[in-house]
Design a protein around this ligand. Structure first.
Ligand code: HEM
Length: 409
């Protein structure tokens, strides 16, 4: 049994262990909760389209027998309330349809000017700061995550869903606690309660004064269709904000980090010899923003890869291991290499009916943010040795505390 480190001190080492124990491994989640993990590409493809694996937590024996405490630190991720993430079949299609429509590549393209505007504003702020420090003869490191990678995706998804800018600082604190394995049990339920209250308030306001946002659209019935209930809209809003910011922040942070650590590859993108999209896709594969997705449950015994996942047990999808599966990506799968000759066909947005509907949006955001950032600061450099960068204690995310850089060297 491989115990996932609640402090996420060595995500890369853990991914190798999981891959080598795969395709199906026994894993202990923080809090002593045993689950199965799929850690190879092909088996993940099969399991993520297998109707015997469902999202309904009522199928989890350990949960129904009371072996998993209600204040388990990961409960918000394992049991986030009724939304597209926690149902299957026709109900899943009903809860997902409008969100998927709103996030289609064509609709998302319309968000480009807004994303470019936020990007330019953030880069102007960074430039002003760099200029002032240079003039004072004292350039200081900037946390690129806080100053650039965080506000962009959070600003975009908040605007899409109609969340007020004034709520963003509090949301940041709540989501830190939401994703962390270190949140004390009595805080876990309080955080979930406050998130539900905040999103409940937003939904109530949109019900009274609908706007041009996706939350208002979710509250409106389609011709002849069943509208989503208020509770379903609240949970969908919570899901969209949770799924829509952390992941894209990590994508931007991890791409910058990987390129700064591989200057010869950075030069290739800067000189236009390798497209930015390739650098983004290689980061998605090698440093999957979602390291593990919780959680599906076996409604029947499922035989796969020489193992049987017994009925009533839980399965997680280990994307950090799947991205370095050598049978899929070759013997050098652990290398970050934007010049690799095999196509980068990763699964970091999931697969099957629950595949990420936000993929076009996050690709658009990264595709705007990264070239603009490096165009402004082409000789940016890490301000600390890479070995000093630390992951946050969030087992589902590949998420650094910070990314200190010198904007100009
Ligand atoms: C689902 C990854 C960005 C919204 C998923 C899943 C993965 C994933 C792996 C599948 C979960 C499962 O199998 O249960 C990512 C990554 C992203 C990203 C790596 C960025 C780099 C976004 C964005 C949004 C979003 C920007 C929204 C604006 C969602 C939603 C689901 C989902 C709503 C649930 C879909 C369903 O259950 O039908 N994402 N995501 N994601 N993602 Fe993303």
């Amino acid at each position: 049994m491989i115990a996932l480190d609640p402090l996420v001190r060595d995500l890369d080492g853990e991914a190798v262990l999981l891959r080598d124990a795969g395709p199906i491994a026994r894993v202990e989640l923080p809090g002593g909760v045993p689950v199965w993990a799929v850690t190879h590409h092909e088996e993940a493809r099969r399991l993520l389209t297998d109707p015997r694996l469902v999202k309904d937590i009522g199928e989890w024996g350990a949960w129904t027998r009371g072996e998993v405490p209600a204040d388990w630190p990961l409960i918000g991720l394992a049991n986030p309330g009724r939304s597209m993430l926690t149902v299957d079949g026709a109900e899943h299609r009903r809860l997902r349809a409008k969100v998927a429509q709103a996030l289609s590549p064509r609709r998302v393209e319309a968000l480009r000017p807004g994303i470019e505007r936020i990007t330019e504003r953030l880069l102007d702020e960074l430039t002003a700061r760099a200029d002032a420090e240079e003039a004072a003869g004292a350039p200081r490191p900037v946390d690129l995550k806080a100053a650039f990678a965080y506000p962009l995706p959070m600003g975009v998804v908040a605007e899409l869903m109609g969340i007020d800018e004034a709520d963003l600082p509090r949301l940041q604190e709540l989501y830190d606690a939401f994703f962390s394995t270190q949140t004390p049990p009595d805080r876990v339920l309080a955080v979930l309660g406050e998130l539900a209250e905040l999103f409940g308030r937003v939904v109530e306001e949109k019900r009274k004064n609908p706007g041009d946002d996706l939350t208002s659209a979710l509250l409106t019935a389609e011709d002849g269709g069943e509208p989503l209930t208020v509770e379903e809209v609240v949970n969908t809003l919570q899901l969209m904000i949770a799924a829509g910011h952390e992941t894209t922040i990590s994508l931007i942070v991890n791409t910058v980090r990987a390129l700064l650590n591989h200057p010869e590859q950075l030069a290739l993108v800067l000189f236009g010899e390798v497209p930015w999209e390739t650098a983004v896709e290689e980061t998605l594969r090698r440093y999957s923003p979602t390291s593990h997705v919780l959680i599906r449950f076996a409604r029947e015994d499922v035989e796969i890869g020489g193992s049987v996942i017994p009925r009533g047990e839980a399965l997680i999808t280990s994307y950090s291991a799947i991205g370095i599966d050598t049978t899929r990506h070759g013997a050098d799968a652990e290398a970050f290499d934007i010049t690799r000759t095999t196509p980068i066909r990763h699964m970091s947005f999931g697969h099957g009916p629950h595949i990420c509907p936000g993929a076009p949006l996050s690709r658009l955001e990264a595709g705007i943010a990264l070239p603009a950032l490096f165009q402004r600061f082409p000789d940016m450099a890490l301000a600390v040795p890479d070995s000093e960068l630390r992951n946050k204690p969030a087992v589902t995310q590949n998420d650094l505390y910070d990314l200190p850089v010198f904007l100009r060297s």
